[in-house]
Design a protein around this ligand. Structure first.
Ligand code: UT7
Length: 329
């Protein structure tokens, strides 16, 4: 078994910004409500000609450039997304072709807001098995395409963005993946979903008229589950590795709501300087949040080689995940 490490990171967000004040003109909401209830000030929105693969390609190229390798050196590409360009071919295929990753294989991975963590775990195991040396995990979502901008309860929450991390074998055994917990709980599937467009409710005039191709969420149900499970999964991971909150360099959580993050941090006994929150600038970009937050942590000098990083996410499904990494670059 080889220990897997994250060796490079690249991100992309579209330039156009949608502020809370812009949303005040679109639905019955206020900047104060959004800021107080979610922590979001603004989010980036892709122009109509930009799709998920376009953002994924930008993030992939940035990660490859940082590591100084060619796309043809990749063994596999995992694209984590709930907003693929189309149902098939996979967005992984589109990205593979665009970046020229000749000889790589790959697939799309759907686990909503936990997708990126599930992608990292999968990549780490491909590397650990010794069969893969360079796996690119891309989290990319164009949430603006599946958000109903007449529904104030969901449209204020989401943004568009992408990030990519390269996973490789670690030559230094003290750096890389320490442990992870992933879990799905399908009993919560009703609370956050895009009802139509699949085999249950294929597209029809009726599904379009009923606005069933958009995100539907029972916010409070998801909120309660997320607050409880994000804490529990982090606590269990910390405890079973014989660690305490003091050992955690940074908690880099999925950014769905600042209140979920602060509640998790407080219950874990983490200080504010141990937690990354950047939801104010990006909103919830689904698969993009963890790489975007990691990039912020690196750029602001908060994350350095050797630090212990705790990633955590809860998403539609429900999906739950957390992983501990000894940061490698
Ligand atoms: O990443 C995937 C996982 N997703 C999440 O983790 C999201 C989890 N849920 C949440 O973050 C929160 O539940 C929300 C931010 C979605 C909603 O916050 P809340 O504090 O749970 O609000 P609520 O749904 O209980 O609504 C409170 C009030 C309602 O009005 P009434 O019924 O009390 O008159 C809503 O209609 O706020 C109203 N409301 C709004 N008001 C102004 C809902 N959305 C808005 C809005 N602007 N955008």
């Amino acid at each position: 078994m080889y220990r897997a490490k994250i060796s490079a990171l690249g991100c992309y967000v579209p330039p156009r910004v949608l502020t809370n004040f812009d949303l005040e003109k679109m639905v019955d909401t206020t900047n104060e409500w959004i800021l107080e209830r979610t922590g979001i000030r603004e989010r980036h929105i892709a122009d109509p000609d930009m799709a998920t693969s376009d953002m994924a390609v930008e993030a992939a190229r940035a990660a490859l450039a940082q590591r100084g390798i060619e796309a043809s050196e990749l063994d596999a590409i995992l694209v984590c997304t709930v907003t693929p360009d189309m149902m098939f071919p996979s967005t992984a295929c589109l990205v593979q072709d665009r970046i020229g990753a000749k000889g790589a294989w790959g697939f799309d991975l759907i686990a909503a807001c936990s997708s990126f963590l599930y992608g990292l775990t999968t990549a780490a195991h491909l590397v650990a098995a010794g069969s893969h040396r360079k796996v690119l995990v891309i989290g990319a979502d164009t949430m603006s395409r599946i958000v109903d901008y007449t529904d104030r309860t969901t449209c204020v929450l989401f943004g568009d963005g992408a990030g990519a991390m390269l996973v490789e074998p670690s030559e230094d055994d003290s750096l890389g993946l320490v442990d992870f917990i992933n879990e799905i709980d399908g009993s919560g599937g009703e609370f956050l979903k895009m009802p139509a467009g699949g085999s249950r409710l294929p597209a029809s005039h009726e599904t379009v008229e009923k606005r069933l191709h958009y995100v539907h969420q029972e916010g409070q149900q998801v909120f309660k589950y997320a607050v409880r499970r994000m804490y529990e999964v982090c606590r269990d991971l910390i405890e079973r590795n014989g660690l305490t909150a003091r050992d955690i360099g940074l908690l880099i959580p999925h950014q769905a709501n600042a209140r979920i993050i602060y509640a998790t941090a407080e219950r874990l006994g983490l200080k504010p300087e141990q937690v990354v929150v950047n939801i104010d600038r990006y909103g919830n970009t689904t698969s993009g949040t963890i790489p975007l937050a990691t990039q912020d942590a690196i750029q602001s000098g908060r994350l350095k080689k050797g630090d212990l990083v705790l990633f955590a996410a809860v998403g539609a499904g429900f999906t739950v995940g957390a992983s501990l990494w000894r940061w490698a670059f």
